[in-house]
Design a protein around this ligand. Sequence first.
Ligand SMILES: [Zn+2]
Length: 164
Amino acid sequence: MSELPFRIGHGYDLHRLTDGRKLILGGVEVPHEQGLLGHSDADCLTHALADAIFGALGLPDIGHYFPDDHPENEGLESVQILAKAVEECESAGYSVGNADLTILAQRPKMAPHIESIKNSLSKTLKIAPSQIGIKATTNEVLGPIGREEAIASFAVCLLIRKQV
Ligand SMILES: [Zn+2]
């Protein structure tokens, strides 16, 4: 891998909302009457962030590392997916600089959960919570997100080459 001083990556993910599932975002269970549907815990925030890291490294997306047709990935905690991305980052000679995340959800209100999500992600990323930005926005009641059929997330992440 070329020894760029910085590498930047972007990730996007969306999962459908459904009854009978827990809502997990950034590794935190957010109280809500519905949860996200997926083979894993369907944590779209963590998936977008992991894809941003894989993308920054020029690697394939999370579906390559954790295929959704493999039974061993059933109910997988997405924090493990993020940990794999961090492992790839470190073995390529980089550490995570900062990450900026946006959650698109009509409901529930995310503000009460932002700090605990930052704390959760910071542990897996091995950085301080202050190196993570998390914004949440509704979709102004428009489209599938506005109709509460889905929650989506965007992530941008900067990787910094470790001093050797
Ligand atoms: Zn996903």
